[in-house]
Design a protein around this ligand. Sequence first.
Ligand code: PMT
Length: 429
Amino acid sequence: MDPVLWPDLKEKRILLAVSGGIAAYKAAELCRLLIRCGAHVQVVMTRAAREFVGEATFAALSGEQVATRLFDPQREASISHIELTDEADLLLLAPATANLLAQMAGGLASDLVTTLYLAFQGPVVVAPAMNVKMWAHVATQQNAAVLRERGHLFVGPAEGEMACGHVGAGRMSEPEDVLLAVGYALTPSCLKGRRVLITAGSTREPLDSVRFIANHSSGKMGFALAVEAAAQGAEVTLVAGPGALEAPAGVAFERVGTAEEMATRVLQNVAAVDVIVMAAAVADYRPLEVSPVKLKKEVWGDEPQVTLERTQDILQTLGERFGAGGGPVLVGFAAESAPDTASLDTLAREKLARKRCHLLVANDISRADAGFAGDSNRVVIYAPDGSREDVPLAGKRHIASRVLAQVVQLLEDRRLAAGGGRSPVRDRP
Ligand code: PMT
């Protein structure tokens, strides 16, 4: 996964509980990722976990002494085990064995990890890992159901070949997928119950069987929006042009090639979504004629002429249909090369009016640290009522959270205008 999609965990305190299984080695990588995202990590290990990975590994990675025993006089003198839970923002159990799930479900407090679980009142993320048959056993399934019922977020187990040679569900999810789940659990679910469609990346308009016209969009902005919307509880569909970024976990993903394919996918989905965010850099033109074979230089000559035709403007089509209301919230992006802020303002407001969208996010692509391909962006978000929000230079995931904050506000305004009562927007437990 591209680091641009990682959650911002600055000032978050994570209690990482590692139980005994071969997957304990994956918790070391997870610990490293959490710290790279800015979190403070306190590792707690069961006795069995220490049979697989030594405390020294986690102590070195987290920069903190690892807690292992319930009654450790030395440790209790500085910080009691209950204090560990008071300070934490999230309890992450990774890997969580069948035995640990059973103890948690039953409310047993037989060691430090299970005692901390009982004393902790914040969000809990569980990454199970065990033998395929143990995971499939009705007892484990019932325990997992009890824990899900309590509001704990499960990530995995993933399917694949296990260390014991069995194939099926039981592997601990990859550390990056667990990291995303931690971000989800710490993000207020402002888009819970909402269906959001996001486009990302460039389209490719073929000239012949090997050549095409495209642009430098990497898809990072659109993917960051998709991951952030999913973290906020939305049901997300991401329609992306060709590119190197992999489908993010927890998002329905559709890969398309041309502008026409992107238009088809967006327009097919329109009736089923509450929000459409067009972050893709859709080609405005495509070659009028496409050769089914590679065009030879002998045929093209020294000064080939290519005739282009306009593609369908997807956002404008949506704006004409729904700009006046009654359809999804429409968010457009504008990639502008503006000589100054006033010109960006004029260009963006003109585009907002012409495409009749409900929000327009303008990025100045003449700046090296914004717009296409990089990890950062700086944008101005325009609304039809004349208001604007300047979002200074930041990572694309942060930019995505600012854009979605405005979307949430628009959805809330619509709900109130329709005579809605109490807000369905609520934070996760
Ligand atoms: O992918 P990254 O490398 O992270 O880069 C991000 C980005 C710079 C591509 C992104 O932030 C951005 O600005 N996306 C929109 C780029 C663009 O096509 O801008 P535009 O001003 O040409 O188009 C305006 C809007 O109309 C856009 O929402 C676009 O998706 C939409 N459009 C354009 C053409 C078309 N045929 N159909 C459309 O729907």
